[in-house]
Design a protein around this ligand. Structure first.
Ligand code: ZN
Length: 356
């Protein structure tokens, strides 16, 4: 009898192998490399600020663990920057890469290592979005920000001493990125019903749980509290896991993310990804007929933006982004359907107090 593999049921879930979260875990980086049998030449991808926060220490720690460590500094995350990291990695004959920073450095290390077929370690210095543990990366291609498929990190080293010392705005943005799971899952369910798209109940439940934990703990998420950093990092890692289980970013990215991507394109000075996603969640939850007030309250308690003014974005760009959001990823069906009309866009933004 010939065995046939059902392509819909076969899944390849790529997850990080070692995840370290806690006070001072950066010091364990040598042990992580030993555990993962990673030796030889390391290439550290970092920014000019994050180099001083953690990049140099990572370099010293790797050298005392017997590796040689080179550093490449980045300032943007464009396809040309990925190219620059790839070239540097080839020049120093890197055996593995490390992304040390908030978002950009991790995304660059993720994409370059995927291209080079080398492992990479994610060392976040802030907890502002779920890319720290996921297999997706944001990249600017031809002036347009897109989300690209890449490999997941082989290890995540999230030192809460460093993360809690980062500006609180980053952590609050991370909460917005997690809370957005609520509308992402509702959009996914909708696509399951209206487009017969695959819907993964397990990944959806995991994703909802992370958002629920953040909403329930909103009162206790405070600046400079390491316990807050720990909670948010764990939820962000869990988001990466949910996406890996789903085999797509569906559990953590729906209409609210499309709104944020539209703002990135339209607004002269966009806010942080997670901040925009949080505000998007309030509005998309209204469109879904859900409890948008609960989302708004939680974001307010945490200290994340809940309206255009707090995002530092003019009302007209919010409306424009609402009108364009559905066209950002046309293949991804969401509550936005084939788009809002101008009066509906203004209505959702006004009712949810995003504009006034
Ligand atoms: Zn996100």
């Amino acid at each position: 009898m010939k065995l046939t593999i059902n392509k819909n049921s076969a899944k390849w879930m790529q997850l990080p192998r070692d995840v370290l979260v806690g006070h001072g875990v950066l010091e364990e980086i040598g042990d992580v490399c030993r555990d993962l049998k990673m030796k030889g030449n390391a290439l550290i991808v970092t920014g000019s600020t994050t180099k001083n926060i953690a990049g140099k220490r990572v370099s010293n720690l790797l050298e005392s663990a017997g590796c040689s460590a080179e550093t490449v500094l980045t300032c943007k995350a464009t396809t040309e920057d990925v190219e620059k990291v790839v070239e540097k990695a080839l020049e120093v004959k890197a055996n593995f890469l490390l992304g040390v920073g908030s978002g950009r450095s991790i995304d660059l290390a993720k994409l370059a290592s995927t291209r080079l077929e080398l492992p990479f370690i994610s060392v976040p210095t802030a907890a502002s979005h779920d890319g720290i543990a996921s297999s997706r990366a944001s990249i600017v291609d031809n002036g347009r920000s897109t989300s690209a498929e890449a490999q997941a990190p082989i290890a995540v080293i999230a030192d809460t001493e460093i993360i809690s010392a980062a500006p609180f705005r980053f952590l609050a943005a991370g909460c917005g990125d997690i809370i957005s799971n609520y509308t992402a899952v509702l959009d996914w369910e909708l696509a399951g019903r209206l487009r017969n798209e695959y819907f993964g109940a397990y990944a959806a439940a995991l994703s909802r749980m992370a958002a629920r934990v953040i909403i329930e703990c909103a009162d206790s998420i405070k600046p400079e509290h390491e316990t807050s950093a720990r909670l948010v990092v764990k939820a962000l890692v869990s988001n990466g896991v949910a996406m890996s289980i789903a085999g797509s970013s569906r559990p953590a990215s729906g209409s609210e993310h499309m709104f944020s991507h539209a703002l990135d394109k339209i607004a002269p000075k966009p806010a942080l990804h997670g901040e925009q996603c949080g505000v998007g969640t309030i509005m998309m939850m209204y469109l879904h007929g859900g409890n948008w007030q609960e989302i708004r309250e939680a974001l307010k308690k945490i200290g994340a933006p809940v309206n255009a003014e707090e995002l530092g974005i003019e009302d007209k760009y919010i409306i424009e982004a609402l009108l364009h959001a559905h066209s950002i990823r046309p293949e991804r069906y969401t509550i936005l359907g084939s788009g809002l009309n101008p009066s509906a866009a203004e209505k959702v933004a006004r009712i949810t107090k995003v504009i006034n």
